[in-house]
Design a protein around this ligand. Sequence first.
Ligand code: BTN
Length: 326
Amino acid sequence: MRRLSTNIKKLLNILNDGKYHDGTSIGNQLKITRSAVWKMITKLKNYGIEIRSEKGTGYILQTPLNLLNKEFLKQNINYKDLDIETFETLPSTNDYLKNFVSQKKLRICLAELQTHGRGRLSRQWFSPFGQNIYFSLLFHLHKDVSELAGLALVAGLGVIKTLTPFVNPSLLRIKWPNDILYDQKKIAGILIDVQGETKNGRCAVIVGIGINVNMQLEKKNPINKNWTSLARITNKLSDRNVICVHLTNQLMKNLLDFEMHGLNFFLQDWNSLDFLFGKIIKLESVDKQTEGRAQGIDQYGRLLLELADKSLCAFSSGEISIKEWR
Ligand code: BTN
């Protein structure tokens, strides 16, 4: 775990103009030695940032990088009682927030890089430095654990609302339970960790969200599935801080609406964005496989499948593959 150092921020600020800067002049501006500059450059290169070094001319950053800016987030997020933390690296933003579940305070945390980013079903979440959003929110809900199935869906709808102004909204869909797709490719994912009941009768939940923002490279990307990012869609880099502000405001609104009105409040939105509806799918869980036609969700957020005998069955988890497109 490491917080963003002021010198790294200053160094990237200098390099962000896309011009060559030599070690001595960077050192003078940061009041550090040339070899300390070299060490920082090496660290950034190890994070996967493409910095070219040329003898005699210095260092040049291939693609500008805008870092997370805690002050900007604080000023622009509507919810002023939120504790906000940003990190240079963390194993996982979700895991970090587990340290605070016994405290009542609302918290969000973001990292430039996750070394052990987690996806659903024990998968890894690819989390390269400075390119995407790795975000978690700790929230205490006044609901029983049994009522929380809908939470992932509600968070997913919040991500869709967040992305809507930046892309062609008609291509955004949500694939049960919470894969966010753009033109059938995954752009964001959600991982909910429910931490059980706290003393005051509330449930501590950690909502973890990963959004592919500026990631373009394919070389080192181990994701074998179809994926996309805002940069791939729009052909330009986006300001992650602006997206984080929208995301936090939208997510908080959805969580408060969910607490007050339940999942029913969101059903209409869900139905209009449901990627699976009408498709024949195979649902695999630990002990069985089921095939059927997806028919939306029930009031608890479970996936409804129409089976071969026309009966309707509800499922609360499982891995989905599509057998037949409608
Ligand atoms: C998935 O689609 O499988 C869920 C991906 C969730 C990734 C996010 S990134 C921030 C938070 N921290 C983690 O370790 N995972 C979630």
